[in-house]
Design a protein around this ligand. Structure first.
Ligand code: ATP
Length: 237
């Protein structure tokens, strides 16, 4: 129903032997919003996203996505979500077209050919469609990853540092594309970032993580006035 959050986690935790990677954390994310997980190296962002996706099994807690229990009913909801994560590499020997066609097939996209062409057009990839993915520049690879992440028109998109190591213009362009996608489809986006300007540009709300815990949450403007723009990264990252 309309009122169900896109994501809701309760008591979510992951530990590796003596290392507490995440939690326990509780948070929920409303549909149609873009929320950032902001934190420095080792804050637990990647592990949190990987648990929501089912790539990492939690030590404790529950995860609901679009009204379904992800630990027991993941198969009911996987076709409605998508992601970009360093946990999953793109096959570099396949051409861009082959890559996107494979993912379109995995997601059961009806008109795979048309969808691949449409995404290539909107992500400025048409001229690279028949090039091996491994031969692309970093910015072009990111656009292919994004095309893959949008192939099934997901209601929920999880992204792990989508603009890391890109030049500022490409990063801005990617952010604009994500924002436009959210607006056009009222989609929900959860993204990990350690980049305050990025979350300021994109996010309605920011969850700040440190040492696997949530230390604060608020709109970017509110956090900036609470901590001071220049302190913000130093305080938390
Ligand atoms: P980064 O920006 O470096 O990816 P992060 O916020 O995404 O940081 P995580 O990758 O989630 O942080 O890691 C959180 C903590 O869990 C770190 O201390 C990390 O060393 C630890 N950790 C993550 N994966 C494993 C693993 N497979 N085995 C042992 N420890 C792990």
């Amino acid at each position: 129903s309309i009122d169900q959050p896109a994501i809701s986690v309760t008591g979510l935790a992951k530990s590796y032997d003596a290392v507490n990677a995440v939690g326990p954390v509780d948070f929920s994310i409303e549909k149609g919003t873009i929320v950032g997980l902001l934190g420095g190296n080792g804050a637990g962002k990647t592990t949190t996203i990987a648990m929501i996706l089912g790539l990492v099994l939690p030590t404790a807690g529950s995860i609901r996505v679009l009204g379904h229990d992800m630990l027991t009913d993941r198969h009911r909801v996987l076709h409605r979500i998508n992601f970009e994560s360093p946990y999953v590499d793109m096959p570099m020997r396949l051409t861009v077209r082959q890559n996107l066609t494979v993912f379109a097939g995995l997601y059961g996209v009806g008109d795979a050919k048309g969808r691949v062409a449409e995404l290539a057009e909107s992500l400025d990839l048409t001229e690279f469609l028949d090039r091996p993915s491994g031969k692309l520049s970093a910015g072009q690879k990111t656009r292919v990853s994004l095309a893959k992440a949008l192939i099934n028109r997901p209601e929920l998109l999880l992204l792990d540092e989508p603009t890391a190591s890109l030049d500022p213009d490409t990063a801005d362009w990617i952010r604009g594309t994500l924002d436009r996608y959210r607006r056009e489809r009222n989609a929900t986006i959860l993204l990990a970032s350690h980049n305050m300007p990025e979350v300021e540009r994109l996010c309605d709300d920011v969850i700040m993580m440190k040492g696997g815990k949530i230390v604060d949450r608020g709109a970017p403007k509110a956090l900036i006035s609470r901590y001071g723009r220049s302190n913000l990264e130093d305080v938390f990252l």
